[in-house]
Design a protein around this ligand. Sequence first.
Ligand code: NAI
Length: 283
Amino acid sequence: MNVQTIMVIGAGQMGSGIAQVCAMANFKVYLHDLKEEYVQKGVASIAAQLSRQVNKGRMTPEDRDGVLDRLLPSTSIQNAAEADLIIEAVVENMDVKTQVFKMLDEMAPEHAILASNTSSLPITEIAAVTKRPEKVIGMHFMNPVPVMKLVEIIRGLQTSDEVYETIESITKKIGKVPVEVQDFPGFISNRILMPMINEAIFALYEGVAEPEAIDEIMKLGMNHPMGPLTLADFIGLDTCLYIMETLHEGFGDDKYRPCPLLRKYVKAGWLGKKTGKGFYTYN
Ligand code: NAI
């Protein structure tokens, strides 16, 4: 399948990173969000990231300008009509995602592949709201996208081999390493990562140790590059809560029950780095 134009839906921290790596691999990329200001914020963060690369001598100013030229801001979903591949990166909420997929299914050309960057939601269920379930697939990038090598590729129950192979080859083309998994809650990455983060939050909630101590123990003791509470702030506490809820609902096991402290922080609007406050405070 020949993919030339990619559309990324959602210009937040993940969507903008995905748009960046796709434009760097010479694809024409629409970066789409609900409002112009959200798209511009995404484009500005990409421009800043690329300029840092130029300053470090890792990229020429001409290459940076080329990447930015291939990046087309969008607030009209009609642009989906031009896309061969659409990668959805809106909030981790099933209702919002199914609404977006229904709309994309109407707008996108018949041959277009619809991928979701969901961290945990069932691809099979997202695919079922479209008339092309064989062309729906999970493309789970890691944060920060320009740095992290892995893309977890999730096969929905009905995803075709041809679509899987196309996505595998595009993943390699954008300099990433695809790893195939089947469609079960949390896939592999978050099924293993999130219960660990949730347990760290429980330890804090129970007063076992301060956030700095919990993170220091996991960094120095387990050789993790980042402590679990710092990582949770970085991912976004709302996203962490959605993922824990998906695991809890999907497996029905108490070991996946979200920590009440996580719920409380999300209710307070303490979503981590993106809002300036989570387990730590950010400027
Ligand atoms: P974010 O909150 O930074 O960005 C979400 C963006 O989607 C916002 O700009 C919002 O305006 C936009 N949006 C919401 N509804 C929309 C709609 N109907 N149409 C178009 N745009 C819409 O969230 P983030 O962190 O970028 O997460 C996005 C997705 O990526 C989620 O599914 C999340 O689970 C997944 N993900 C997140 C990771 C992380 O570390 N934050 C890692 C891997 C996947």
